[in-house]
Design a protein around this ligand. Structure first.
Ligand code: SAM
Length: 212
């Protein structure tokens, strides 16, 4: 599952420091939470680093990367080639905020994953992901969010408050979401909050499960 560092596709594989530093911790959670032969749709795949890492380490899963920005597809497909990930499908152009997602020919989706997406997009995207999970996930399937969250009964860390302000200064529609609000909206969409797992740098892994 690796190739020469001089492979031409390597030059097209984009990297972010954030994805490099969180990918192994997220992999550890997904290894436990995804069923062994899960079909997973990733929303907002960005560079494709996560898709490549997870496909290499979880060879029995089928991973479907996607993004709103088709400009990221070259990097995603280059990562797929570099790690020889036969279990990664070609990326789909999906705007998570839209009511219908271009998932293609897929029988069932047992996982939807969104890493560092919902605080760097409008709240329509959070709602769209919850709607999509209700519409496309199998019963018992999981919706996984990774990122910073506020929680009503947990004192917010200064670093997260500062990050939230920074995001809102970039775009007034962006900002760290409050998990309790998402939980209420999820309940109306047949999703219950299953687990909250503390992650490095004041981030959380949040797992909702589609009701049986
Ligand atoms: C901060 S990046 C995170 C990328 C990747 N998940 C990671 O952690 O490296 C946010 C991603 O969300 C995507 N995105 C923003 N709005 C979106 C939308 N409405 N539907 C789908 N993806 C969206 C962006 O194009 C970008 O790739």
């Amino acid at each position: 599952m690796s190739s020469s560092p001089f492979h031409p596709d390597n030059l097209l594989c984009k990297k972010t420091q954030a994805a490099e530093s969180n990918k192994n911790a997220i992999l550890g959670v997904l290894k436990k939470e995804l069923s062994i032969n899960a079909t997973v749709l990733e929303i907002g795949s960005g560079t494709g680093q996560h898709a490549a890492t997870f496909c290499s380490h979880l060879p029995a899963i089928k991973w479907i990367p996607s993004d709103l920005n088709g400009g990221s597809f070259e990097s995603i497909t280059s990562w797929k080639k570099v790690v020889s990930a036969d279990n990664m499908e070609s990326p789909r152009l999906i705007d998570a905020a839209s009511p219908d997602w271009n998932i293609g020919e897929v029988d069932r989706i047992s996982g939807i994953v969104a890493i560092n997406v919902i605080h760097i997009s409008s709240f329509d995207v959070t709602l769209g992901i919850l709607n999509g999970a209700n519409k496309y996930l199998n019963k018992g399937g999981i919706l996984y969010f990774y990122g910073p969250f506020f929680q009503n009964n947990v004192e917010a860390r200064e670093s997260n408050k500062a990050f939230d302000q920074y995001l809102r200064n970039q775009n007034e529609c962006w900002g760290i979401r409050t998990l309790d609000d998402i939980e209420v909206l999820a309940k109306d969409r047949s999703l219950h909050l299953d687990k909250i797992i503390k992650m490095p740098k004041n981030n959380l892994s949040v797992i909702f499960q589609k009701n049986l």
